[in-house]
Design a protein around this ligand. Structure first.
Ligand code: SER
Length: 637
């Protein structure tokens, strides 16, 4: 299916040359062979889950070698997967994962998962050899010209890197640019570690693809704090010189493939094209890229033992899968597409990373399970967001004194909301962000909103949840009922039970995708918002009305059972915002017993004792409030 070679014609200053471009498998192999030939031991990639507890995921090839720069003797320590010492000079192709760029994925160059080609030395060689190896590999083995290189300009007590500049010049690279500590000084990673100035190689191809492809780090120092502390210069900690300076290099395979295969961006390389061939062609390019990146990343994370959870690496995996699943839902992509992309990842990469093949069944199972879980929450999440947006738009239009206009289209408010939604239904905040973005929100303060709510949430959990929602008093639990006197209270209580019945009837007539998206009860009417994509026909409205009235006639008991929240969820009872209800929770059900009840909901009450008390139920109005949210006003007579 894939072409092994692509012929490309490059223009060189004085002659034309035919270059057979290499596919990614060949590039990996060529890299390992080149360094092996030059006295390096080939070390397999370590897991994406590092041994170092101060970092969440492996972000670079040097991660597994970190202790060799300061503590371990590379000629004595037995390496766990090689079963012998690795020696002073090593080479690897490392699975790597960076979350820092997750929001950028979809543009021409950012990825979460990527592969890093790297050669390393722990006291074996230093600047001259490292730069010469890189120069030879790029310009002689791959026959790619170097556009320019960068070197460290000096700061934070570290001298300008004149030595590297001189080496490059001698090799014939004339464009040597100076840069600062932000760009050309690596590390440390995690809470402390080796670090030092770097020199970076930039290339360009005839198709217009440009990239910084190789980063060569000269680990001369050890910093006993984090990179932030180093940069701030005010931590009181200082750089210590390493006894034996080392080399750590990293070259992203995807970028190298882009340059070597004469492509404009990484997604045109053979590392991604096969995925795109498996996706429906009408999908927008950005979404295709995100899906390909996220599914590929998910496959690798699962193979290394990560499972979707709400924290740490598990949360990252969950975010990847759920974001892809949102697109699957939104664009109505049939489930086989994602399964075949994951299959393609396994077969494409399995030759090099055999773990993928071993774990292929787990990969499939984990993905299917997560899909099942998220599919239950997804429509609800989308509806909530659409509802929030619809309300904002309404706020902008109306000129009512009770309306807080500041809320409308505010990224901060959207952030608060997105955190709640994540808490409530595991809906990833960046997916919410994307939807708000499409609705033209100014999202500069979105993250601030998310953080603010997260902080509040932590405080609340600390104080204990029992006081959170009052819980005493007749009307406080749901905040839905307001009544001035006993008489009004009777009416709103009848309307309240009728609202539960309305929801159940809607689900029966229109299908189980119907979910509550809001409600408000006054003494005049109940107003119920729910998820549905189109206007109801008059026939459907009548069916819903009739069904409620029939259940009223049956005079069914409305009963309450107090259950631990986790058990309450298992009963299949409906809820609006799970967070809203204290644990244990009241499940109100209509019918003789909970199991066979006609309607079940988490609720704070109050309700009638028997449906017969409601009287006659009538739908007064049905209208749209958002793209997928409908509103019904109903009365009891
Ligand atoms: N650690 C450096 C990087 O990640 C070089 O490998 O860029």
């Amino acid at each position: 299916m894939r072409r092994l070679y692509n012929a490309a014609v490059f223009f060189y200053p004085r002659f034309y040359d035919i270059v057979w471009t290499m596919n990614a498998d060949e590039l990996r192999q060529k890299f390992l062979d080149f360094f092996e030939k030059n006295g390096h031991t080939v070390v397999p990639s370590s897991s994406l889950i590092p041994d170092d507890p101060s970092v969440l995921l492996t972000t670079a090839g040097m991660q597994q070698f970190k202790p060799y720069y300061s503590e371990l003797d590379p000629e004595k320590t037995i390496h766990p997967s090689l079963g012998k010492p690795i020696g002073k000079n090593v080479v690897s192709v490392q699975k790597s994962f960076r979350t820092s760029d997750i929001d950028e994925v979809g543009d021409d160059s950012h990825l979460t998962f990527f592969e890093m080609l790297g050669n390393f030395s722990f006291g074996g060689y230093f600047k001259k050899e490292a730069i010469t190896f890189a120069f030879d590999f790029i310009t002689k083995e791959l026959r790619i010209p170097i556009s320019f290189v960068t070197v460290f300009e000096g700061s934070h007590g570290v001298a300008k890197d004149e030595e590297s500049r001189a080496i490059w010049k001698k090799l014939g690279v004339s464009d040597v640019r100076e840069q600062g500590i932000e760009d050309v000084f690596w590390g440390p990673t995690g809470s402390a570690g080796p670090c030092g100035p770097t020199t970076e190689i930039y290339c360009e191809n005839a198709a217009g693809g440009k990239a910084e492809i190789w980063n060569i780090v000269f680990n001369e120092f050890y910093f006993p704090g984090s990179r932030e502390e180093l940069l701030s210069g005010s931590s009181g900690k200082s750089l210590e010189r390493l006894k034996t300076p080392g080399v750590d290099t990293g070259m992203g395979l995807e970028r190298l493939a882009m340059i070597a295969q004469n492509k404009k961006n990484i997604f045109e390389t053979d590392l991604f094209v096969p995925f795109f061939e498996l996706l429906p062609s009408e999908l927008p390019e950005r979404e295709k890229r995100i899906i390909a990146d996220h599914l590929r990343g998910a496959v690798f994370l699962i193979a290394d033992g990560v499972r979707p959870l709400n924290k740490e690496a598990g949360y990252i995996l969950r975010r990847l899968m759920r974001r892809a699943l949102v697109y699957e839902y939104k664009y109505k992509i049939s489930p086989e597409f994602f399964i075949s992309i994951m299959g393609e990842t396994i077969s494409n990469y399995g030759k090099f990373y055999s773990q993928l093949v071993k774990e292929s069944e787990n990969i499939r199972i984990e993905f299917e399970n997560e899909r099942k879980k998220f599919r239950k929450l997804l429509p609800h999440g989308l509806i909530q967001i659409n509802h929030h947006i619809a309300l904002d738009q309404e706020l902008l239009k109306k000129d009512s004194p009770n309306i807080n206009k500041e809320r409308a289209l505010s990224g901060f408010q959207a952030g608060l909301f997105a955190f709640d939604l994540f808490q409530d239904s595991g809906f990833p905040t960046e997916v919410s962000k994307e939807l708000f973005e499409q609705a033209n929100y100014d999202l500069t303060r979105f993250e601030a909103g998310v953080l603010e709510k997260a902080k509040k949430h932590q405080e609340i959990s600390r104080r204990g949840t029992e006081k959170k929602f009052g819980g005493h008093g007749l009307l406080l639990d749901t905040g839905e009922l307001k009544a001035a006197d006993e008489n009004e209270l009777k009416i709103v209580t009848r309307l309240h039970t009728a609202t539960h019945m309305l929801q159940q009837a809607l689900r029966e007539v229109l299908g189980p995708d119907v979910h509550q998206a809001g409600s408000d009860i006054t003494v005049e009417r109940t107003r119920f918002d729910f998820t549905f994509q189109r206007k109801l026909t008059s026939e459907e409205i009548k069916q819903v009305e009739d069904l409620v009235n029939q259940k009223i006639k049956e005079d069914l008991p409305m009963q309450k059972k107090v259950l631990p929240k986790s058990e309450a969820e298992k009963t299949g009872a409906l809820y609006f915002f799970k967070e809203k209800y204290p644990d244990p929770v009241n499940v109100y059900f209509i019918g003789k017993d909970l199991e066979n009840a006609w309607s079940k909901e988490f609720c704070g009450g109050p309700h009638v004792m028997h449906t017969g008390e409601i009287g006659k139920f009538r739908i007064a109005k049905e209208e749209a409030v958002g793209a997928e949210v409908r509103r019904i006003r109903a009365v009891v007579e």
